[in-house]
Design a protein around this ligand. Structure first.
Ligand code: FAD
Length: 400
């Protein structure tokens, strides 16, 4: 009989873990496995606020896929997925020939959610990808570099607006507050010329975090010069300014969008039922009504049975789903049955720049250096799983 073809779309946390699992569990005599990704590297989405602010070199946040997966076992294809046709069981690629699959894993991550605000895609930095981070870093430096060369510098030249005071926005502004003093010195700019705003639509920054942790983070960031505007939805982004629903306008050379995500449009284009681009998957991670399609990571939506609300999309869940999708596909190919995915939430830790972080580990609140230590240990654990000790030593964090 013909060997089944397993196709994985996207080499993020979910896709890499699925490929890693299939490489371990499924012999090449049992199935062919193909991984399709836009780039020949895998990047650490959860680290991108650092290269974006320029506090980490972007190369540290990526790893060549061939170095961590075995190309003799996984067929690695660098291409962009354009379309998934579930009836024909085919994937349309931008450059190469279409791929036919027997089992598909969709793990192409997310894009910015605009919540109806106009002009976001045109006038803000909204791409949380390695390319996006590199571009934002250059933009920030450019604003400093040109500042002294202007006849009349304007306040907005060094105004940075972060739209969204959730996890990503806070982590980014934390790094920015670390970078700004360095840039001021390098480009002879007085510190008071720089303004940093975080604008949040909800009644609190960091929705979902314990109020004590929120206060800790906000105090720390305010102390470093961040101005918060809470409970202030943005209605529109124009070239060089944001317009709030209450009519206030803030002029800024650099607008960074971080209000949350929606699933990659490939999902909706495929006609798979979705909510903000995310598929409410079956307990075994398959798409409803599609026996051969697994959807994981930011493309999927799973409900927290305790709160009856969806889990926020995280790398933590994406990785665990990747492993489970790999196991379930192995089961199906070996004649077994797939099993239920049960997330194990170990904690949530947000970095705040420098040696600062905060969050919870197993329901215990943590602050400062010890919180950052735990976060870096968890980053290192992932690298160990992905590429063993040598990867952890070359790309890992110094937890101290
Ligand atoms: P991703 O990891 O985003 O990977 C998607 C992959 O698909 C990418 O490699 C991309 O290049 C590829 N791709 C996309 N489109 C195509 C296409 N058309 N064709 C081919 N390939 C394609 N989560 C946590 O748990 N903890 C944290 O501390 C944390 N911090 C974060 C900080 C920041 C700044 C950001 C932006 C997010 C953070 N998150 C965190 C969320 C976490 O990064 C995501 O939930 C996670 O990356 C989702 O994993 P994924 O595998 O679904 O997608």
């Amino acid at each position: 009989a013909k060997k089944p073809h397993v196709v994985i779309l996207g080499a993020g946390y979910g896709g890499m873990m699925a490929a890693n699992q299939l490489q371990k569990k499924l012999g090449t005599d049992r199935a062919n496995v193909t991984l399709v990704n836009k780039h020949d590297y895998h990047y650490q989405t959860t680290w991108l606020h650092e290269p974006a602010a320029g506090t980490m070199h972007h190369d540290k946040a990526r790893v060549e896929i061939r170095k961590v997966l075995n190309p003799a076992k996984i067929n690695i294809v660098q291409d962009t997925v354009e379309q998934v046709k579930t009836e024909e069981k085919q994937v349309v690629l931008k450059n190469g020939d279409d791929l036919s699959y027997d089992y598909l894993v969709i793990a192409v991550g997310s894009i910015a959610e605009t919540f109806g605000a106009e002009g976001v895609y045109e006038h803000s930095y909204h791409k949380w990808t390695l390319d996006g981070a590199r571009e934002l870093k250059d933009q920030i430096e450019f604003q400093f570099a040109q500042y002294r060369n202007q006849e009349e510098a304007e306040e907005q030249d060094l105004t940075f607006v972060v739209a969204g005071g959730g996890f990503t926005g806070i982590e980014f502004v934390g790094e920015l507050t670390e970078r700004v003093p360095e840039l001021c010195e390098q480009y002879d700019v007085p510190r008071e010329k720089v303004r940093m705003y975080v604008i949040e639509a909800a009644p609190s920054a960091l929705p979902g975090f314990d109020p004590e942790l929120v206060e800790y983070a906000m105090n720390l960031l305010e102390h470093r010069g961040v101005e918060f505007k809470i409970n202030k939805p943005i209605s529109e982004v124009q070239e060089g300014k944001v317009i709030l629903k209450d009519g206030e306008e803030i002029a800024a050379s650099t607008i960074i969008w971080a209000t949350g995500v929606r699933g990659n449009p490939i999902i909706e284009d495929a006609g798979i039922e979705a909510n903000r681009g995310r598929v409410k998957v079956e307990p075994d991670l398959r798409a409803p009504g599609l026996d051969d399609v697994f959807v994981i990571g930011d493309n999927s939506l799973i409900i927290n049975e305790e709160t009856e609300r969806p889990y926020p999309p995280t790398a933590q869940i994406a990785m665990q789903q990747g492993v489970k999708a790999g196991e379930n596909i192995t089961n199906l190919i070996m004649g077994g049955t797939p099993t239920k995915f049960e997330p194990e939430i170990l904690g949530t830790l947000a970095s705040l720049g420098g040696k600062e972080a905060m969050g919870t580990v197993k329901a215990r609140k943590m602050y400062g250096r010890s919180a950052l230590f735990m976060k870096h240990m968890s980053d290192n654990r992932y690298l160990m799983k992905l590429g063993g000790l040598s990867l952890m030593l070359t790309k890992g964090r110094n937890p101290l």
